[in-house]
Design a protein around this ligand. Structure first.
Ligand SMILES: [Zn+2]
Length: 173
């Protein structure tokens, strides 16, 4: 085919009917079939999933955004899904926390107790107004635990949700 094209000075392109015995056309069709490698759906799905995961991971590592959440969850995953409105605020630092409210809405970044900034750390470990809630819902060794440890415990999750509900009421008041 290449040699025919090289030697020809007058080439005309036109449509021809397939499978009617035109020798050059049949040979080209066979050649195309020979190089057509078939992939199974399962293989393609796995391949594309792996490729997506690798690119997602690379973007997650290189991004300058959401570094707090990156610190908690450095590896991306299709299996992990936090759909909880309250817990997601702890996971992202967004939402009702005064430091976030100041950044986006210009409100005060002080906690309602006025002893410190309204950060996640302050609410989890320091704010005196949540002392009873911490004692009721968190393990006694909370100071040795991180946020993910607390989220893994059903009772502590309830306490975290109550904290956000309380802060929402303060925020909207
Ligand atoms: Zn406080």
């Amino acid at each position: 085919m290449k040699s025919i094209l090289k030697d020809s000075t007058n080439i005309r392109l036109c449509w021809i009917k397939a499978h009617v015995g035109i020798s050059g056309n049949e040979a080209t069709k066979k050649e195309a079939d020979d190089i057509n490698v078939k992939f199974s759906k399962k293989w393609l799905k796995n391949y594309l999933q792996r490729l997506t995961l690798e690119r997602w991971q690379a973007r997650w590592e290189l991004s300058q955004k959401a570094r707090y959440t990156y610190g908690l969850l450095p590896r991306v995953s299709f299996d992990r899904c936090f759909g909880d409105f309250f817990l997601n605020q702890f996971m992202t630092g967004h939402g009702v926390f005064p430091v976030h409210q100041m950044k986006f809405y210009g409100k005060s970044d002080l906690c309602h107790c006025e002893r410190d900034q309204g950060t996640i750390t302050h609410y989890l470990y320091g704010c005196t107004s949540f002392l009873h809630m911490r004692q009721a819902y968190f393990p006694a060794d909370i100071f040795r635990l991180g946020l993910l440890d607390l989220i893994a415990l059903a009772r502590a999750r309830s306490g975290l949700r109550l904290m956000i509900q309380f802060l929402l009421q303060k925020c909207l008041a």
